[in-house]
Design a protein around this ligand. Structure first.
Ligand code: GLN
Length: 557
């Protein structure tokens, strides 16, 4: 079977949602019974985003095989069933790393190694690898056309069209059609320039996905079609939507998939989108709402914690709830007085997400203490599990100086310490415990009840771990270890049986949650938070009724 390729490029500005566009096209083609795979090329020089700041790059998405990848792969997994691995995300740095290794080995037999053909060949080989055994491979080129960095990738897709022909390759260009308030007009010029830029490197786009805040009238579409040399039917209104899960439905209404199939001479069944329609119906018609406070240290969490935010949304959708989620800056909770309690009072559930470094830890510990003592549903992920263990050791087991050796290498009680096999490894790149590991759940625990099975597999990204030397002390205090690796080495889940819903996991469940398959831990956390919301409401109502009936209070009104 020879796969068809859809290449997705972006123009005018970044952040137009190329990743979501690629994922949504994948979703539509899959809904018709086609098998798809998706990949992304990132033009920057870092070998992978693993060592980049989440402020710079956004979340690092981890695949089962332990690759640290671009957050767009998260969209691909949430929108399709494609199985992604390190083969699905390449940076310029990683392409060059391979080429230089080959050159040092003498693989090029004395030839001059050049961008064309050596770099472009390497890029094409990577594309062909993910296209094996699928009907369609969707290839997203990061960056904006016109960037110097992305030229080799653009050149590679140009060559792909030359090699495979029109029926096997499709160029989709995501562009911007802004509404200019002063002129009260939609403007097509940026799109025209962007297409011109593509043409200058030998690529005539086939489909234009025009990001806009309003529908493009026929005249605008005709104008874009004329100036950009595409069919009018190929000028697509990619209108802004309130929920990313609506994008596939918007594309379906515009017939993006039908057009792609026509251009690629692809036969497929009818779309089956009932599940997505139901999700979107829920997004816009929640029966109630729930409030979650995330206690962490990155204020700009929108992109730094993309999968986390989506997983919470999935959990809320599973209960048909609207999610109100607020970021509580951990450093703001560090004062020893009671102000942190008032900051946290409004939340039905508290979550401490993954993170690195010492900043904000004291605030997280306060937040966790509050959740534990006030029986607020708590969900600790990775760092949030480690800090939950530290909080418990300090405030319940009396080990006042308990800590992680990450935050205090000299602590007398290293409740959390560096993964034993990594001790002594100082280099930052690729030294973490990464990717999927199996975990056995203890019978009778909340974790086991939530998953409904006793063996699970989840994805990791951490250097430090629970120190089993403290297992006795902590379990005697009332903490329960509910999941470990099958050989017993690593503690994977902890919980507090004496609490309605207190769970910490060493892995990142958010990477495996999808709108159509919400992760059980998120679903149950949101469920518990909502239960608390209802209880609190009943209590408040009861208190009001009581106030009303107390004569002295009424009299004072
Ligand atoms: N900093 C902690 C560690 O390295 C937690 C990592 C995380 O939360 N992803 O183990």
């Amino acid at each position: 079977m020879s796969a068809k390729y859809i290449f997705v490029t972006g123009g005018v500005v970044s952040s137009l949602g190329k990743g979501l566009a690629a994922a949504s096209i994948g979703c539509l083609l899959e809904s018709r019974g086609l098998k798809v795979n998706l990949m992304k090329f990132d033009p920057y020089l870092n070998v992978d985003p693993g060592t980049m700041s989440p402020f710079q790059h956004g979340e690092v998405f981890v695949t089962d095989d332990g690759a640290e990848t671009d957050l767009d792969l998260g969209h691909y997994e949430r929108f399709t069933h494609a199985k992604l691995s390190r083969d699905n995300n390449w940076t310029t740095g990683r392409i060059y790393e391979q080429i230089i290794a080959k050159e040092r080995r003498g693989d090029y037999l004395g030839k001059t190694v050049q961008v064309i053909p050596h770099v472009t060949n390497e890029i094409k080989a990577a594309m062909k690898k993910v296209a094996q055994e699928v009907d369609v491979a969707i290839v997203e080129i990061g960056g904006t056309v016109g960037d110097i960095e992305s030229l080799p990738f653009i050149e590679a897709i140009r060559q792909m069209r030359q090699e495979l022909g029109r029926e096997h390759t499709l160029f989709v260009h995501v562009t911007l059609v802004p509404f200019i308030a002063a002129a009260q007009e939609l403007k097509t010029k940026p799109t025209q320039h962007s297409v011109k830029e593509l043409l200058s490197v030998g690529i005539q786009p086939d489909i234009l996905l025009c990001r806009t805040d309003r529908f493009l009238a026929k005249e605008i579409k005709s104008k874009i079609a004329l100036f950009c040399n595409v069919g009018e039917e190929a000028v697509i209104t990619a209108k802004d939507v309130a929920s990313i899960y609506e994008v596939p439905l918007v594309f379906a209404r515009e017939g993006v998939d039908t057009l792609a199939m026509k251009y690629l001479h692809l036969e497929a069944g009818e779309r089956k989108l009932a599940d997505w329609e139901e999700i979107v119906r829920r997004v816009y018609n929640p029966k109630d709402e729930v409030s979650i406070g995330i206690v962490g240290k990155y204020v700009e969490y929108e992109d730094s914690y993309k999968s986390l935010k989506e997983a919470l949304v999935h959990g809320a959708l599973a209960h048909n709830l609207k999610l109100n989620v607020n970021w509580v800056e951990a450093e703001g909770l560090e004062t020893p007085d009671a102000t942190y309690e008032t900051q946290l009072e409004e939340y039905d559930g508290i979550l401490v997400p993954g993170g690195f470094g010492k900043r904000g830890i004291a605030g997280m510990l306060n937040g966790i203490r509050y959740a534990r003592e006030h029986k607020v549903p708590y969900f600790g992920i990775c760092l949030g599990m480690q800090t939950a263990c530290i909080e418990f050791a300090r405030n319940v087991c009396g080990l006042e100086e308990a800590n992680s050796s990450e935050f205090d290498p000299a602590t007398p009680h290293r409740v959390i310490y560096k993964l034993r096999e990594l001790r002594g490894v100082e280099e930052l790149g690729g030294t973490m415990r990464l990717g999927a590991w199996p975990c056995k759940l203890e019978p009778g625990t909340l974790a086991q009840k939530i998953y409904g099975k006793s063996e699970i597999s989840e994805r990791h990204r951490h250097r430090y771990e629970f120190n089993r030397e403290y297992e006795g002390t902590l379990t005697a205090g009332g903490l329960r270890i509910s999941g470990s690796t099958p050989d017993g080495t690593y503690v994977e889940i902890i919980e507090l049986p004496d609490h309605p819903h207190f769970i910490g996991c060493q892995f990142h469940p958010e990477f495996k949650s999808k709108p159509l398959e919400p992760h059980p831990l998120f679903k149950s956390f949101i469920g518990a938070a909502y239960e608390r919301a209802l209880q609190r409401r009943t209590q408040r109502d009861a208190a009001e009724v009581e106030m009303f009936h107390r004569p002295e209070k009424v009299g004072r009104r």
